[in-house]
Design a protein around this ligand. Structure first.
Ligand code: HEM
Length: 326
């Protein structure tokens, strides 16, 4: 097609596109004429992005802390972006399923690989000071972390481990949600009192979490997997990718994260309180919470050993990993 012909055809198509908008194409073409060129910095809202690092103290490492949390939240957003596509997909296309899971795994791997920025990238002395200005906020209040869980699997698999025994929890979705594992983690076992961190988190996000849980009821990624035709359910690559996702989300990321908690909060001689007020040594180890998104993909032994060998390394003071963290 010659240049003039191509332009004519483009104008015809534009006319078709704008004919129902109540404006004629000429007005839109004028707009195009007067519009500024788009720049990189406007396109990605760079100035806004770089204005969001606002420390509360004068300790320089606080900025590292803030930025790494923000980077992680952006990765969480990328993960949710893929999860939503999976949940909403009606094509049932297996390649699409596997490819989105692969992307999610690559985001998690980036996060796992870069956690050293938190573990080794700040001075403990600075951390111990500036964190006092953050009380009672905690990464525990990361809503996106909880959303990743809600999109991945049904509420039954997110209950406190003592309730994950196959026995139905009486009541509906709201009752199930009340028994979710992280609520128990931030509740005093003796008094039953919730930490302030949890109270504020619930107040801010409960309606949204319940909305998502309702929306994805029987449509989570795990549900989608279970509803696949039998032959596809046995697809080796799919199973491998799902298991990788479980390990990334529920063992490897939590362990790297726990590495930072140990590096900064663990002391032989005294208990250092966390900003969120959980009993963090009992709350954080993946082998204690045993969150598993896709439980039927594991043998009983694998389930029993969930995250354990790694935790043994971290808790055992003679291990190499432990020495690195301390
Ligand atoms: C020096 C670095 C860090 C330390 C010392 C640390 C410490 C902790 C502690 C002690 C908890 C338990 C809740 C509490 O009592 O506060 C926690 C929970 C959590 N933190 Fe961090 N954290 C660090 C970095 C991060 C980063 C970079 C993120 C990324 C968003 C993050 C996200 C989370 C999440 C999602 C939880 C809840 C985990 C769960 O429910 O299993 N943390 N953190």
């Amino acid at each position: 097609m010659k240049k003039a012909e191509r332009i004519r055809s483009q104008i015809d198509r534009l006319e078709e596109k704008y004919k129902d908008s109540g404006q004629d194409l000429g007005s839109y073409l004028d707009g195009l004429l007067y519009q500024r060129y788009l720049t990189y910095w406007d396109y990605i809202h760079l100035d806004t992005l770089l204005s969001l690092q606002v420390p509360r103290t004068h300790y320089p490492d606080e900025e590292v802390f803030i930025m790494y949390h923000q980077i992680t939240e952006l990765h969480f957003k990328l993960i949710i972006h893929e999860q939503r596509q999976l949940v909403e997909d009606r094509s049932g296309n297996l390649d699409f399923f596997i490819e989105r899971l692969r992307r999610i795994n690559s985001y998690f791997q980036a996060l796992i690989g870069s956690f050293g920025i938190m573990i080794k990238g700040m001075e403990r002395e600075q951390f111990m000071r500036y964190r006092m200005a953050l009380l009672p906020s905690s990464g525990f209040q990361s809503a996106q972390y909880r959303m990743i869980e809600l999109y991945a699997t049904s509420l039954e698999n997110l209950l406190h481990p003592t309730l994950r025994n196959g026995q139905p929890v009486p009541g509906g979705l709201e009752e199930l949600y009340e028994q979710i594992y992280w609520k128990k983690g931030a509740t005093d076992r003796i008094t039953g009192e919730k930490t302030l961190t949890l109270k504020q988190f619930e107040q801010r996000y409960t309606p949204r979490f319940l909305r998502i849980a309702t929306e994805v009821r029987e449509r989570t990624i795990y549900d989608k997997y279970l509803k696949l035709p039998e032959r596809e359910r046995h697809n080796e690559l799919l199973i491998k990718t799902l298991r990788e996702l479980d390990l990334n989300a529920n063992v490897n990321w939590p362990l790297m994260h726990m590495g930072s908690a140990y590096r900064y909060l663990h002391r032989e001689d005294k208990v250092v309180e966390s900003t969120g007020g959980t009993n963090w040594k009992e709350f954080l180890p993946p082998s204690f919470q045993k969150v598993i998104f896709f439980p039927t993909l594991y043998s009983q032994e694998e389930t029993e050993q969930w995250g354990k060998q790694w935790v043994d390394h971290i808790l055992n003071p003679t291990s190499v990993e432990y020495k690195e963290y301390s």
